[in-house]
Design a protein around this ligand. Structure first.
Ligand code: C2G
Length: 130
């Protein structure tokens, strides 16, 4: 079984996220999503989520491409996650291109094209304007 992992906040879930998850799953048989906790988002990414972790997790678990959701609590957990879950392929959108190449000694690292013209930030801004 070929295992894939990806990381993210996935707040205000939108089709850009779904496009990423669909393509990530297509690279293997089993997709793990490491979902940023509320604390990690705030402390490390200065992101305040609209939906709390449990709601974002609930949404991700309802997606056919997602097999397992685990918490992302630190920048440093990727190597141990890949080893613990015996991951074959690490996937991120290409806004992160190159940032995780240090994992190439233990797994394949793939950066996928982001879906243009959609982002959680843009959704928030446009809703804020109305
Ligand atoms: N994404 C995408 N297209 C978009 C928006 C997002 O392909 N229009 C991808 C991102 O590139 C990322 C994933 O969807 O791979 C999740 O996006 P975010 O929730 O914004 O993730 P981010 O805050 O970048 O967190 O340790 C890594 C971080 O947790 C990544």
């Amino acid at each position: 079984m070929k295992k894939v992992i990806t990381y993210g906040t996935f707040d205000l879930l939108h089709y850009g996220h779904i496009n990423l998850l669909k393509r990530a799953k297509a690279l293997g048989d089993y997709l793990i999503v490491a979902l940023s906790t509320d604390e990690f988002n705030w402390d490390s990414k200065q992101k305040k989520c609209y939906f709390p972790y449990e709601r974002r997790k609930q949404l991700l678990e309802a997606i056919r491409y997602v097999d397992l959701v685990i918490p992302e609590e630190s920048w440093e957990q990727k190597r141990s996650d890949v080893e613990e879950f015996k991951v074959d392929t690490f996937v991120m959108g290409n806004d992160w291109a190159g940032r995780f190449d240090f994992l190439k000694d233990i797994c394949e690292v793939v950066y996928l094209e982001r879906t243009p013209e959609i982002s959680t930030t843009q959704i928030k801004e446009e809703l804020g304007e109305k």
